[in-house]
Ligand binder design. Structure first.
Ligand code: FES
Ligand code: FES
Length: 163
């Protein structure tokens, strides 16, 4: 089995490791580095649970090999909150609106929304909902997530909609 030496930054921490060529980034983050907030489910790029940011862009970590992340900056859900525990605005919106049930899909959803909101960008409800279409919530409880989307986009909740 061929092993490759890689170096990457995860949530601001530098890591170097030896990985097999076939190891996916998601597997490496979870099992190699212990960032278990990244969830692997379908491992076919369909469900979105494994989404992380690589160089600021949301990617499916089940479809990217760890060796492809050599020299890259990766952000997982563990890296979104401030050091003092202040939640990222996307995390706060999901929390405020009960946008998570079992929470399995949540890290991937949060990362996708955070990538769209990076650098002060203000994504629209339509953009966030389109991005959400790439994620499967097995609880099928999308209403809380849709309320969170409106909060992230800075749009008022429709009358009668309460978190
Ligand atoms: S585990 Fe990667 S998209 Fe489902
Ligand atoms: S919150 Fe349960 S899978 Fe989405």
């Amino acid at each position: 089995m061929s092993e490759h030496r890689i170096e990457l930054t995860v949530n601001g921490h530098r890591h170097s490791a030896s990985v097999e060529a076939r190891t996916t980034l998601g597997e490496f983050l979870r099992e190699g580095l212990g960032y278990t907030g990244t969830h692997l489910a379908c491992e076919h790029g369909v469900c979105g649970a494994c989404t992380v940011m690589v160089e600021g862009k949301a990617v499916r970590s089940c479809l990217m090999l760890a060796v492809q992340a050599d020299n890259c900056a990766v952000t997982t859900v563990e890296g979104l909150a401030d050091a003092d525990g202040t939640l990222h605005p996307v995390q706060q919106a999901m929390r405020d609106n009960y946008g998570l049930q079992c929470g399995f899909c949540t890290p991937g959803v949060v990362i996708t929304f955070a990538a769209l909101s990076a650098n002060g960008a203000k994504p629209s409800v339509a953009e966030l909902e389109a991005a959400m279409s790439g994620h499967i919530c097995r609880c099928t409880g999308y209403q809380g997530i849709r309320r969170a989307i409106r909060q992230i986009a800075g749009v008022a909740q429709p009358a009668g909609e309460h978190a």
